[in-house]
Design a protein around this ligand. Structure first.
Ligand code: ASP
Length: 351
């Protein structure tokens, strides 16, 4: 009698304790692979540079990290197989449309494996055009998959865990490497070769991945994802916007070449507080008069480019604290909506 009672008690306990575990399904995370060093292969484990990026398939990346299946139900697609210095706006549009499609369905989060060179640009573009508050996480690696102490597998595992976590919802597009969670708007690659390359300059990263859980300490203040006014669903190209770099005694060759290419906009990577070499100022003022939108950003990498009457009078608009490459992305998207300079200025204060 006593034995039967004990047996029933054991069965009951097992049922009660295993039921919740069985009932809670793992989140569905889709991996979109684009190439990069995380999928890179060198001739030997000791070769850390000069390898080929974007060699491994998403299936091979997943197979290298069996623990992924403890954190999510994974599906995977190859969007591109490139080193990210070859990223294009055409791939961006294709990727953004696919992400919006997946997130409108039953996928709980997205991980994009991506080269680190232009990861910050893809992250900011998606931050402005993804129409969902579900997590979207970019991840990469600084050492190829074949390297001793390759950083890709753990980065991928942490990215998948965060993309499947409810805590990462509504935080905008995130970029995770080295256990650090950066917001898309502020992050930049800062080191050519070191694993701690991603930094958010003055403003700091948003949080850590502690083992496999995101812990956030700050939130993005600028509008993103579901709060933006940009709609790429019907676009097949983006307006052409180029960047001109300022330095001591530049010739006008590069700037004139840019203008001859008839861009819709130009971003100046100015010196200091967005200052321009005087001959650049004259050419850019002329360009602005002819309907080219001009944004003054800075090559400095810290703080805000402010209003400045002598430039404002010529419609050379300040680019806030965005790096030149991020100001270009925002200007491209702004130009999909308007050519009105007051509106473009408002967009720069909003995102
Ligand atoms: N050149 C590589 C890329 O951006 C570098 C990396 O992934 O770390 O694809």
């Amino acid at each position: 009698m006593r034995k039967t009672f004990l047996r029933i008690a054991v069965v009951l306990c097992l049922t009660v304790f295993t039921m919740p575990a069985m009932a809670v399904a793992l989140p569905k995370v889709a991996i979109l692979a684009t190439g990069g060093t995380i999928a890179g292969q060198a001739a030997s484990g000791t070769q850390l540079t000069g390898y080929k990026a974007g060699v491994l398939t998403p299936e091979q990346l997943i197979a290298a990290v069996p623990a992924l299946s403890e954190h999510a139900q994974i599906s995977a697609e190859q969007v591109a197989s490139i080193s990210s210095n070859n990223m294009t706006t055409e791939i961006w549009l294709k990727m953004a449309k696919r992400i919006n499609e997946l997130l409108a369905g039953d996928i709980d989060g997205i991980v994009i494996t991506h080269g680190t060179d232009t990861m910050e640009e893809t992250a900011y573009f998606l931050n402005l055009v993804v129409k969902s508050d579900k997590p979207v996480v970019l991840v990469g690696a600084m050492r190829p998959a074949s390297a001793l102490s390759a950083d890709g597998p753990l980065n991928l595992l942490q990215a998948v865990a965060v993309a499947g976590s409810p805590e990462a919802k509504g935080k905008g597009v995130l970029l995770i490497l080295n256990g650090e969670i950066n917001g898309a708007r502020d992050v930049a690659k800062t080191s050519t070769t070191q694993v701690e390359t991603f930094r958010s300059h003055d403003l700091g990263f948003l949080g850590y991945v502690v083992n496999y859980k995101p812990v956030f300490y700050r939130l993005p203040a600028r509008k993103h994802t579901v709060e933006t006014e940009f709609d790429i669903s019907k676009l097949t190209t983006l307006p052409k916007v180029e960047i001109v770099y300022n330095y001591v005694d530049p010739s006008l060759d590069a700037l004139n070449g840019i203008i001859a290419g008839k861009p819709a906009g130009i971003v100046s990577a100015g010196t200091g507080n967005g200052s321009l070499f005087d001959p650049f100022e004259m050419v850019l003022a002329d360009a602005a008069k002819n309907g080219i939108a001009v944004i003054r950003s800075s090559r400095v990498g810290s703080a805000v480019v402010t209003d400045f009457p002598k430039y404002d009078d010529k419609n050379l608009l300040p680019g806030d604290n965005l790096s030149p490459q991020k100001a270009r992305i925002l200007l491209m998207l702004a130009l999909t909506k308007t050519k009105d300079l007051r509106e473009i200025a408002r967009i720069f204060q909003t995102y």
